[in-house]
Design a protein around this ligand. Sequence first.
Ligand code: PLP
Length: 388
Amino acid sequence: MNIPQLDNTYIANTYARFPVTIARGKGSLVWDADDKVYIDMATGIAVNSFGIADPAWIRAVTEQLCTVQHTSNLYYTAPDAQLAQLLCEKTGMKKVFFSNSGAEANECAIKAARKYAADHKGSEYSTIITLKNSFHGRTITTLAATGQDVFHHDFLPLTEGFAYAEANDLDDLKAQVAAHKCAAIMMEVVQGEGGVIPLTQEFVKGAAQLAAEQDLLLICDEVQIGNGRSGKLYGYMHYGITPDIVSTAKGLGGGLPLGATLLGEKVQDVLTPGSHGSTFGGNPVCCAGALSILHRLDGPLLQSVQEKSDFIVSSLTGAKGVKSVTGLGLMLGVETERPVKDVINDCMARGVLVISAKNKVRLLPALNIPMAQLEQAIGVLKDVCAGE
Ligand SMILES: *Cc1c(COP(=O)(O)O)cnc(C)c1O
C-alpha cells in the first residue's frame, strides 16, 4: 500500500486530508513525496512559527534531546523554569502551568477559574461565558466551551456550566452574565476556526470592564493568535486589556507539542499541589525549543510581522474575486467569490499551501517567511481568486 492507502486503512477517519504527502521542508518551502515544491502559508496550523527545520530551533531542541529528553514533573529542570520566567517577564503574568496542547491549556484555564470562584465566591459560581462561533478544543470540556453546535452533537452530555454570548454584542454578554452564577468570561480576541474574525475594541474593552466590575476572571484563549502571530506578542495586547488567565499552545513550541496557561496576579496561587498536573507537560525538549522561539519574538520581528501583514492586506483588499480580508498580523482570513475549496485546490496545484476557516481562505505563514516567497504566494492566491 502507498502512504495514503496505509493511512486510510489504519488511521482513525477523523481528518479529511488533502491528497498530498509531505516529505520534507526547509523554512517556508515544503516538498511532497513526488518532489513537488510548495510555499507553505499554513505552517501546520500556526505551529511552525519559524518555518520548517529552523536552524536555531533545531540546535536548541537537539542539544536538550541529547542531554535529557524527559524527567516527569517530580523533579526540577532548567528549560521549563526558564521558559516560565521568560513568559512572565514578557507578559506581566505571574505563574505558568505547562501542558501539551491547546485543549489542555484551556482545561487548565477552566479549572483555575472554577477553583478561584469556588474559593472566593462559592462553588455555585461555576459558569463560564464563552462566545458563539468560538473554538476552544476537542476534549469534552473544551467542546462544551466551544460555542458552535456542530461540534457538540453526537457527544452529549458535555461538561455543564457553559453559556454562550454573541461575539461583539456587549448587551448579550451582560445578559448572559446576569443570567448565571459566573466564574469567568473566555474569548479568542480573533476567532480563528470561526473564520478569522477579530473582536471589536469596544467589545473586548467592555468585556474586561464587565469582568472587573462583577469579579469575574477574564480568560484569553491565545492558542492560535498568540506567540507573535498577531504582530504583538499576544493578541490581547492589541486591545489594552490585562487578562487574568491566558492559554496558549500552537506556535509556542515551534513544532513540538507544548501548551501553557499563564496565570495573572489574582489567580497565581489558585492551583496547589495535587490540584492539577501532567506527565508530559513542560517536557524539557519542547520547552528548550520554545525558549528559542520566544527569545526571537522581539520588537523588530513583531514589526516585520506587521509589515508582512500590511503587504498581504493591501495586495488582496479590493482585488478581483476577493470580498474581504480580516484578521490580525499573519493570521488572516480571505473571503473569496469562488468557493473556498476551489481556491485552496487551485493554489495547491500551483504550489501554494493555504487552508480554510469556515468560508474563508486562512493564511498562517511562518513569522519569518522571506518577502520574495510571500509575494509569490500572494500573487498565486490573487490569480486564483480572480479565476485566472
Ligand atoms: C487549535 C485551537 C485550540 C485547540 O488546540 P489543540 O492543540 O488542537 O488542542 C484551542 N483554541 C484555539 C483558539 C485554537 O485555535
